[in-house]
Design a binder for this molecule. Structure first.
Ligand code: FDA
Length: 504
């Protein structure tokens, strides 16, 4: 047996990983977290840790020669993107053949780059997606635990109603209402009190300075400020950054041996290390955890893994779209980068949609209303191991997103009709395109609960090996997913610590 031995290793530092590490640390288990991205706490030459969205630099992107912003174009001009040096930046866009997936890289995973929207799913849909999970227990214990530890908070409604920074949201709400559609306020982990002080001009701006997908310098309670800070506070948890786990094998004594590549922030390989552990928690995200297990199954280092590993993947029905408003309906030169409202048409029996009213913080009037629609798309993709590239490839075709586009279209056709408005066709790349159906922010599945694992994330075929992240959720959850990922990880790790770790 080789390498440094630690009782527990957690791969990644996103939601599932952070929950697992905190609870292991509290239980007194010495735990090592391995994260391929950086710790984002050092200011760059401009004095900020993160660069903004409007003038991105190399800190924005994970080893790219040019930034790949979701809304790259305006009147088909590639305005937002910049040439950059390849670097261990905070946002990655993993480009598969017919689907691209945005993910966060760094201590905190997706929490560093996401919109912070903290939504507990409708109970009836949760029960439909994960029928084998005790929903009573989730809604009385684990969802509340996740919400409070993540520090989820809600906007002050009277401030929301009068601030210029949410004109765009109020305009979209009115237009939805004209079509008979209701909206709901969306809780967030961004500190709304801080945002009010940004608006008052008493603190440095972040949400009100167009910061989000390349990191927020202020205001957002990302995981490094919640779960991970608490995990380190137990004194039992350490984090190694710029350490990417490559291979996993089981040794004769049942422990796991990992090979780990350590790089510098420019990508230079510094060392290849071996780490062994008794309990191994995979929290590398839907793409990361699934790839590690697929590689292990297909190269024979964990040959007994289930054929289910790689299956059940979906983009949570993500479709972006945008509408053009009339001249008398400006959406505002001031736009908070943090969404506050969603159009809730999930009870529509023909095409359920939950559409977040997204900002377009360009700093100039665009008359654009932008949306991220979450739809119920039954199509699923599958990851397969590409031996030549030594990576997981996603089998998903563009036409599998047709049901999601149809659902989004049916909702926004209603809104356009009621307001005599039209779609914008120029925002999603070089073609004429009203619906962005080729990328997503919410990758889910790949190691589905109860299929590739047991009902608590224990990987089928191997003892003391666990999946803790978004790969457990079978492709759809109907709302923004991180609260569900967090709550499910809380449920699973509690059981695992009690039954597997405490008596080992
Ligand atoms: P997550 O992806 O968070 O973390 C995985 C970590 O593992 C990463 O830090 C990665 O670098 C690391 N890793 C991967 N492979 C590794 C390896 N081999 N070795 C070491 N480390 C490895 N959701 C939501 O609920 N509300 C929202 O508002 C938004 N908005 C949003 C915007 C944008 C731009 C994005 C990209 C995403 C969102 N999301 C979101 C989605 C949300 O961020 C996402 O669902 C969660 O971060 C997923 O959590 P996980 O724990 O699954 O992994």
């Amino acid at each position: 047996s080789g390498g440094t031995f630690v009782p527990a290793v957690v791969v990644g530092t996103g939601y599932g990983a952070a929950v697992s590490a905190l609870r292991l640390g509290e239980a007194g288990v010495t735990t090592l977290m391995l994260e391929m991205g950086q710790l984002w706490n050092q200011p760059g030459p401009d004095g900020n840790v993160f660069c903004g969205m409007l003038k991105p630099d190399k800190r924005s992107s994970w080893f790219k020669n040019r930034t790949e912003a979701p809304l790259g174009s305006f009147l088909w001009l590639d305005l937002a993107n910049r040439d950059i040096d390849p670097y261990a930046g905070v946002l990655d866009r993993v480009n598969f053949d017919q689907m691209s997936v945005y993910v966060g890289r760094g201590v905190g995973g997706g929490s560093l780059v996401n919109g912070g929207m903290a939504v507990t799913p409708r109970r009836s849909y949760f029960e439909e997606v994960l029928p084998q999970v005790d929903a009573d227990e989730m809604y009385t214990k684990y969802f509340p635990r996740a919400n409070s530890t993540l520090r989820v908070n809600t906007v002050d409604k009277s401030w929301f109603e009068q601030t210029d920074w949410y004109t765009f949201a109020r305009v979209s709400r009115q237009q939805a209402s004209n079509a008979g559609l209701g909206t709901t306020f969306v809780p967030n982990v961004y500190d709304w009190d801080y945002m009010r002080r940004e608006a008052d001009g008493t603190v440095p701006k972040s949400a009100l300075a167009a910061e989000v997908i390349y990191g927020n310098n202020h205001g957002k309670v990302s995981l490094d400020k919640s779960y991970l800070a608490a995990a380190l506070g137990t004194g039992k948890v350490t984090i190694e950054t710029l350490h990417q786990v490559r291979t996993i094998r089981q040794q004769n004594d049942g422990t796991y041996l990992l090979t780990v590549e350590q790089r510098d922030a420019d990508g230079k390989l510094l060392a290849t290390k071996e780490v062994s552990c008794r309990h191994l928690f995979l929290g590398a995200g839907s793409l990361g955890s699934t790839e590690l297990l697929l590689r292990a199954r297909e190269t024979g280092t964990l040959p007994n893994l289930s054929p289910e590993v790689g299956g059940g993947w979906g983009p949570n029905g993500n479709i972006m779209t945008a509408r053009a408003n009339h001249m008398w309906n400006p959406t505002g030169t001031k736009q908070s980068s943090i969404p506050a409202l969603g159009i809730d048409d999930w009870d529509n029996p023909n095409s359920p949609v939950f559409a977040e009213i997204a900002p377009m913080p360009a700093g100039v009037e665009t008359w654009v209303s932008l949306y991220l629609a979450i739809t119920k798309n039954p199509e699923r993709g599958t990851f397969v191991y590409d031996a030549a590239k030594d990576r997981a490839d996603l089998r998903w075709t563009r036409d599998q997103n047709a049901p999601a586009v149809a659902a989004a279209k049916s909702l926004f056709d209603r809104i356009n009709k009621a307001n005599t408005t039209i779609y914008r066709y120029d925002l999603f790349g070089k073609q004429i395109k009203a619906f962005a159906d080729d990328f997503c922010y919410h990758p889910l599945g790949g190691c589905v609960l109860g299929k590739a694992t047991d009902n608590y994330g224990r990987v089928a075929g191997y003892r003391n090996l666990y999946v803790t992240d978004g790969s457990l959720i079978p492709g759809s959850i109907g709302v923004n997913p991180f609260v569900t990922i967090t709550a499910l990880a809380e449920r699973n790790v509690e059981r695992i610590i009690k039954e597997d770790v405490a008596n080992s």
